[in-house]
Design a protein around this ligand. Structure first.
Ligand code: PEP
Ligand code: MN
Length: 437
């Protein structure tokens, strides 16, 4: 299906077009990763978020890796997301729509095409779907075969997530078990334990009353990634046999990044032609006019749940930059979903040259996001974060007070620094507090 005609930024220079074409044919022949009906269902959930009746929790690695697609790592992320969701559901009394930044987040936009080390210039790492991270010519040369490997890793990841979501692991009666390996020594873990006690009592009471709702035994989980690599997205785009509509079935929700949201670029054109729910990331330099123009292209019919605007302003900019966008966009069209990405506007370099984020900045941007929406009477619809279930040391601050000098202890990300499990839970408690007030 070739319906992208406009120029595409951030695409790899594949060395072998024939191989790329062969890979595209293989991908076209493979089954979809999700179903169009599930994308529609998510759209319905997001419509509820836009109306102010639910909250969106979206997150996962900045960049998933093939080596990191292990049972432990996937379960760790899923479990952390579940814990965050339960904190929000219980402490803020709001239904939570859960979307993993998982099962397809294998491509990365970069600020430069090449990287120089000791006089050697090589292509920059663009994510495991494109090339390897080692600084060797062999690893850094884009390999179309990696698109197929990305598909298979996404498939295995989603398969495990679907089982975890419906096979008993996500049963609310497991609310304590999700925390088992975690309580000791973590303030967020201990706080969670108390909340889990309350939930357990409530469930026991309901069971005693004879109620055992299906919603307590399984969760709905959706997948998402940035629709960046068009050579991956296009072959996974299919016509829905129910109605002839076109969906990108590589994930339930696709988003357009800050670097590729040119209204006259291929990414926006592609997104405009698929029926999935779409998010678009906007930074502090975006004007209300820019957002309205994107909304007009991506969601001309103002379809409920179709469009999410994910703002990533930075803690220092959000209070001045967000109000005009929210005010003008809400004044001129049906509600969109407003989501706060408190990560990408708060990346700094540590003294030793490592990319990091300060947990206080992350919290402050989320607080600013709530303040702006509360002041305008609009709905702070959700958060989009980069996190992992592992005890990494990539963002400074938080309950364990990770210092800059601790960063090298467990710095494992291949791209941006992620919140660890304790920081993620802590954030969930803070967001629940902001939501209630
Ligand atoms: C990302 O989500 O990893 C990313 C690159 O974000 P943005 O497009 O907002 O910069
Ligand atoms: Mn990132």
């Amino acid at each position: 299906m070739n319906f992208v005609s406009l120029p595409a930024l951030q695409q790899p220079q594949w060395p072998d077009r024939d191989r790329l074409d062969a890979v595209a044919r293989s991908l076209e022949a493979l089954p979809p990763l999700v179903l169009a009906a599930e994308c529609d269902q998510l759209k319905g959930r997001l419509a509820a978020v836009a109306r102010g009746e639910a909250f969106l929790l979206q997150g996962g690695d900045c960049a998933e890796t093939f080596a990191g697609s292990t049972a432990d790592s996937i379960r760790g992320k899923f479990q952390t997301l579940l814990q965050m969701a339960v904190v929000l559901t219980y402490a803020a009394s709001v239904p939570v729509v859960k979307i993993g930044r998982m099962a397809g987040q294998f491509g990365k936009p970069r600020s430069a095409a090449t990287e120089v080390r000791d006089g050697l210039e090589l292509p920059v790492y663009r994510g495991d779907a494109v090339n390897g991270i080692e600084f060797t010519r062999a690893d850094r040369t884009p390999d179309p075969g990696r698109l197929l490997e990305a598909y298979h890793c996404a498939s295995a990841t989603l398969n495990l997530c679907r089982s975890l979501a419906s096979g008993g692991f996500a049963d609310l009666r497991q609310v304590h078990a999700w925390n088992q390996d975690f309580v000791a020594g973590s303030p967020a873990g201990q706080r969670y334990e108390q909340l889990a006690d309350d939930i357990e009592r409530a469930i026991t009471f309901m069971h005693a009353c004879g109620a055992d709702p299906r919603e307590f035994r399984a969760v709905e989980f959706y997948s998402s990634h940035e629709a960046l690599l068009l050579d991956y997205e296009r072959p996974l785009t299919r016509v829905d046999s129910r109605n002839g509509h076109v969906y990108d079935l590589s994930a339930h929700l696709l988003w357009i990044g800050e670097r590729t949201r040119d209204p006259r670029g291929a990414h926006v054109e592609f997104a405009s032609r698929i029926r999935n729910p779409i998010a678009v990331k906007v930074g502090p330099n975006a004007t209300a006019q820019n957002v309205l123009e994107l909304a007009e292209i991506l969601d001309p019919d103002e379809e409920p749940g179709r469009l999410t605007v994910t703002t990533r302003m930075g803690a220092r900019r959000i209070r001045e930059a967000l109000p005009a966008l929210v005010e003008k966009v809400s004044a001129s069209r049906a509600p969109v979903v407003w989501v706060c990405d408190p990560m990408h506007g708060n990346t700094v370099e540590s003294a030793s040259g490592m990319k990091t984020r300060n947990f206080d900045d992350v919290l402050d941007e989320v607080a600013g996001f709530f303040e702006v929406h509360r002041a305008l009477g609009t709905h702070p619809g959700g958060i989009h974060i980069e996190f992992t279930g592992d005890d990494v040391t990539e963002c400074v601050g938080g309950g364990h007070r990770i210092a800059e000098s601790d960063l090298s202890y467990r710095y494992e990300t291949t791209c941006d620094p992620r919140l660890n499990r304790s920081q993620s839970l802590d954030l969930a408690f803070r967001v629940a507090g902001l939501y209630r007030h």
